[in-house]
Write a new protein. Structure first.
Length: 452
């Protein structure tokens, strides 16, 4: 995985993790809120139904109060009370029922077949002896009781909330109730709506996460493409510059060989041929031959110097034979003679711990820095210092030239080829390069870590 791809992944991953954490938090909060709302709605609904049941039982009690309070308890009076209660109803599933304290059914308008049946030990669908529970509530003065009973409209058992009261002086238990399946259905509908709302919220968060991740990926891709284009443009310029540098170097070598060494060798050849001819003459001609040969020796020395100079430009033998410090010292002397700008070189500490590759890189850095100082800076003096600083060897080149804007030159596609070459050389061996330039001059510092 490339660096830019890693950056994109590191940018997207925390975003996705954060959105997932938000989604989990929102879901947990929504589920908790939904449970609280369900409990609140259920309690409010049941409270309203319990109040209705109390009112219905109060109405039924008032409807037979003239009979129960008359002091009569004969069968005819009781039958009249049963008839009145049987006619009271509210809706298809709302009715009143009567039991005696022994569990015998006295009146049931929706299930008349139960009248007269002993239901003391009757067990509902949940395994509860509901008739005993209703009678016990009535003995305690009245109250609510949950149990299962056949719902008339469905013809099957359903959960029911009953409310019973005792009928004074007659030993009766009177009550009514509401079926809770409607309540459960309403609560299930509320829960389903809440679940859909939670799902919609999570889908929105997922959509935002996908859009955000896509945006980051697209932005990273666009940046990557842009960087690739810039890098390709710089690479093309650099490649062209390398080719031009090679051609310039070849042209320079060709000129040096043709104009200097080649002509000098031709002159040496002619002088040697003339000397050979003069050696066959008299003493005067031999003296002329001797003088010519001496001049030829001097020309050969000059040619050898040119050959050494060309060889030194290509690869200084001092670097291989004596090390970096002598090679830099020779470079400083040669540059001062060639450019007319004095270069002062010093070596401090154990600077010979560098590898051959690192020494070559520092030598090329020095060459490039001196060349830039000659071509662009207009420096009057240059100081070059090679020193050991802790676990690193540091090369510093300081001139008093006009300086330049290092940041703008480094990123310019058609300028700063030498600076980029220096930086790339140092990066290739894990070194560090710092360039500080101002109107007072330029300082180039190259540092390479070494191991003792």
């Amino acid at each position: 995985m490339r660096l830019r791809q890693k950056v994109i992944v590191l940018a997207v991953a925390p975003l996705i993790v954060a959105l997932c954490a938000i989604a989990l938090y929102v879901r947990q909060g929504a589920v908790t809120l939904a449970q609280q709302q369900r409990a609140t709605i259920e309690r409010a609904y049941l409270d309203s139904k319990e109040a209705e049941l109390r009112h219905y039982v109060q109405l039924a009690t008032h409807s037979i109060a003239h009979l129960t309070s008359s002091g009569r308890s004969d069968p005819a009076t009781r039958e009249e009370a049963k008839r009145i209660l049987a006619t009271l109803s509210y809706g298809g599933d709302g009715y009143f029922f009567l039991y005696d304290l022994k569990g015998r059914n006295l009146m049931h308008p929706r299930q008349p077949e139960l009248v007269g049946t002993d239901m003391w030990n009757w067990v509902d669908a949940a395994g509860v002896k509901s008739i005993q529970a209703l009678i016990e509530r009535a003995k305690q003065g009245g109250g609510f009781q949950r149990y299962h009973w056949v719902k008339p409209s469905l013809k099957r058992a359903a959960p029911k909330l009953g409310y019973v009261v005792p009928v004074a002086n007659w030993g009766w238990v009177m009550g009514t109730g509401i079926y809770l399946d409607d309540v459960d259905a309403a609560l299930a509908q509320v829960a389903d709506q809440q679940s859909r709302n939670i799902q919609d919220t999570l889908l929105w968060i997922a959509g935002l996460a996908i859009l955000a991740a896509t945006g980051v990926a697209v932005g990273g891709l666009a940046l990557n493409i842009s960087e690739h284009r810039v890098a390709d443009a710089k690479l093309k310029v650099l490649a062209q510059r390398v080719v031009e540098s090679q051609e310039e170097e070849r042209a320079r070598l060709s000129r040096d060989l043709h104009d200097g060494i080649s002509q000098a060798l031709v002159s040496v050849k002619l002088q040697l041929e003339a000397g050979i001819i003069r050696l066959d003459g008299d003493e005067a001609r031999r003296q002329q031959a001797r003088a010519g040969l001496e001049r030829t020796v001097e020309q050969i020395k000059t040619v050898l110097g040119d050959v050494r100079r060309i060889s030194h430009d290509l690869r200084p033998t001092l670097l291989d034979d004596l090390g970096l410090a002598p090679a830099l010292d020779h470079l400083a002397s040669e540059f001062g003679e060639h450019a007319g700008t004095p270069v002062r070189f010093r070596a401090v500490g154990a600077v010979d711990a560098l590898s051959e590759v690192a020494a070559t890189v520092l030598f090329r850095i020095a060459q490039e820095a001196l060349t830039n100082a000659e071509r662009h800076a207009g420096a009057r003096s240059i100081e070059m210092l090679l020193e050991r600083m802790g676990g690193a060897v540091v090369l510093s080149i300081v001139d008093d030239g006009v300086g330049f804007d290092a940041d703008s030159v480094a990123v310019h596609p058609k300028r700063g080829i030498g600076l980029r070459n220096m930086m790339e050389r140092m990066e290739a061996i894990g070194g560090r390069l710092a360039i500080v330039s101002s109107a007072a001059g330029t300082r180039v510092v190259a540092s390479i870590d070494v191991k003792d």
